[in-house]
Every structure is written in C-alpha cells, then in structure tokens.
Design a protein around this ligand. Structure first.
Ligand code: PPS
Length: 329
C-alpha cells in the first residue's frame, strides 16, 4: 500500500531551482522489522517517480541479491566498490574493465533524469547474479521483497553537515540545481530536496543495524578504520577471510586518491558526457574532497548551528546525539 501527496511547497521558485516538481511518497512499510510510523514518513521524490514506483516497490528480488542503500553523498560509491569486489572474489580484471555504474546499477536513476534514456530498473533486473543494486530510497520505498525475503542490505550513512555540502556542490556543479548553496541548505533542512528527510532515512536503518540481513556503517567509520569495515563486510557477505596481501591490495584500491583516479569507479567523465553538457561546470568533480569535516571550513557558523539544532531536535526524542551514530566528526 503506498501513498502520494503533492509537495506542500510547490512554489514556482522552488520548482525552478530544483528543475523539477517534487511529490511526497510513503508506504505502510509492510514486512519491515522496525516498528515505525512508515505511512507518515513522507519522502520527497521527483513527480516522475509515480510512473516508476510500482515497478521498484514490486521488483522481483532474488535471494542472492545485495542491495546498497544510502542517502545521497554518504559514501555510496566507496562502499559499493568494496561490496562488488568482495562479492565477486576480488575480480579486479572485470572491475578495471567495466564501470561500476554498469556492474552495480543505480535502480532509481531513471526517475531523476529525463535525459537518462535507458531504463535503470530493467538494467538492475538484468544484472548478472549475484546482483549488486544501488538505491537512495529509504527503507519503506525500497523493493518490499528485500524485507519479505530478508536479502542482504548494505547501508552507509554520513554526518549531515558534510552531506549537505557534498550534495549541494554535486547538484549545483552538474547543473541540476539552479539555486544558491544557501537555498540548497534551506531545501535540505525543509525536506524539499530529493530523498529527504535525511534523519528518518538514516535513523530507521541505524535502528535496524542488528538485523541479520542489515550491514550498517558510516563514512566516518570507513575513514577511521577501513580495514575493520572491510573485515566486517566480508563476514557479512559470507566470503572466505582475506589474506593480508588481499586486504592490503583492496585498501589501496579503495583509497580516495586511487578511486578518484580510477576511470571505472569515478563517474565524473560519464556525468560530463551524459548529462546536459551545457549545464555541467567545466571543473565538475564527483570525488571532491573525500574527508570528514569539510563543513568546518565550508559551512558558516550560523548554518552549522542550524544543522546542529535541527539534528538535536530529531535525535533528542530518542536520547541520542549525532556522535552516537557517527562517532566524533
Ligand atoms: S552518490 O552520488 O550519492 O552516489 O555519491 P556518494 O558516492 O554517496 O558520495 C560521494 C562522496 O563520497 C566521497 N568519496 C570518497 N571519500 C573518501 N574515500 C573514497 N574512496 C571515496 N569515494 C568517494 C566523494 O569524494 C564525495 O564526497 P565529497 O565530500 O563531496 O568529496
């Protein structure tokens, strides 16, 4: 059962800067183990989502599928490459030949960009088994069979002060957002940008972090202890232990510098070639800084305070702080 409502704020200015009209969607969250008010957890998605939603929600899930689920800009590509390689027995030959976007399809891509002519849901369906499928949708909008069949789901979260910057820079420099960074921050906090609200997305999955089919990590944990995350992920995927040499090679492959230089992982060129080129800035970079704490020198004190208060307002009801989820950042 799913529900749709128009965006409360359909003001022309918002539609103009977002370059699309948004709607809000929710479902009853059937089969999700966490008790939560799913039906009232409205997620902002582009209006075109209506056309695709039934196909995503009713997507035929296989028992050996792996879903990579994240809020945008939380380290998706990083954990995706790690997952794909572990799942495929460290097949670097294929990884260095075929781009990650084709090895691990982003299933909800078609609903974001009219310019994307291929159907991303069909592309996800046609992946070679075991399929490694990426989505930015929150728990209750994902294919419901994930919860029904309890297939493996890898979730990576990131602190919202770095996320809002990474997301804003990304959309603005690829020409997908026409407003200023300040306007983007406002849209993010008001849950008016795609896939928001941020906190229910992250917090519901954090609450399910001990479910046997859920692997939860954070960008901050990957920066602090990538080796530990890889070890835990490998166990979650039920793969044989890695030798020291295999681990070293993988850690090296996954470093920011190497992923940034790797044309089969970094989608900068693809985005420059497939999106409306006239809108993409010449110096657009998908892999920007790759650090924890970019907010410290990029976000004004006022905006930092606003984000802190906004996070506290959501989390204090559960007696939590952001540091309980991300560690110090
Ligand atoms: S997307 O478009 O939502 O799938 O983007 P996503 O991959 O989630 O996030 C992009 C940010 O992740 C950073 N990144 C990395 N950081 C450190 N190490 C590695 N290997 C790495 N790979 C990607 C990338 O630089 C983006 O963050 P910012 O802060 O913008 O640099």
């Amino acid at each position: 059962m799913f529900h749709i409502k128009p965006h409360e704020n359909a003001a022309d200015a918002l539609v103009k800067r977002q370059r699309m009209k948004m709607i809000k969607m929710s479902t009853n969250g059937d089969f999700i183990p966490l008790k939560w008010n799913w039906a009232e957890t409205w997620c902002s998605v582009p209006g075109s989502f209506q056309e695709y939603f039934q196909r995503i929600y009713n997507f035929q899930v296989n028992h050996d599928d792996i879903f990579i689920s994240t809020f945008p800009k939380c380290g998706t590509t990083w954990i995706q490459e790690a997952t794909w390689l572990l799942l495929n027995n460290l097949d670097y030959e294929t990884a260095n030949r075929i781009h990650l976007v084709d090895r691990s399809v982003y299933m909800d891509l078609s609903l974001l960009y009219d310019t994307f002519h291929d159907d991303s849901i069909t592309a996800a369906m046609q992946l070679k088994s075991p399929r490694c499928i990426k989505s930015h949708l929150p728990a209750h909008l994902l294919p419901h069979q994930i919860w029904q069949k309890r297939v493996k789901l890898v979730y990576c979260a990131r602190n919202p002060k770095d996320v809002v910057l990474s997301y804003g820079h990304f959309l603005r420099s690829k020409g997908a957002y026409g407003g200023s960074m300040q306007e983007f921050i406002d849209d993010f906090l008001n849950a008016e940008s795609a896939y928001t609200p941020f906190w229910p997305h992250v917090f519901t999955m954090w609450q399910m972090r001990s479910e046997p089919n859920v692997f939860f990590t954070t960008f901050e944990e990957m920066k602090r202890d990538l080796r530990g995350v890889i070890k835990r992920l490998n166990e979650f995927l039920e793969k044989p232990n890695l030798s020291e040499a295999q681990m070293e090679k993988l850690l090296n492959h996954l470093s920011f510098e190497n992923m940034r230089a790797n044309q089969q992982v970094n989608p900068t060129k693809i985005i420059k070639n497939t999106d409306d080129r006239s809108n993409v800035e010449a110096d657009f970079q998908f892999m920007r800084r790759g650090i924890v704490g970019s907010y410290k020198d990029e976000l004004s004190e006022t905006n930092q305070r606003r984000l802190n208060e906004w996070s506290a307002q959501f989390l204090q009801e559960f007696n939590l702080t952001a540091a309980d989820i991300f560690g110090d950042f």
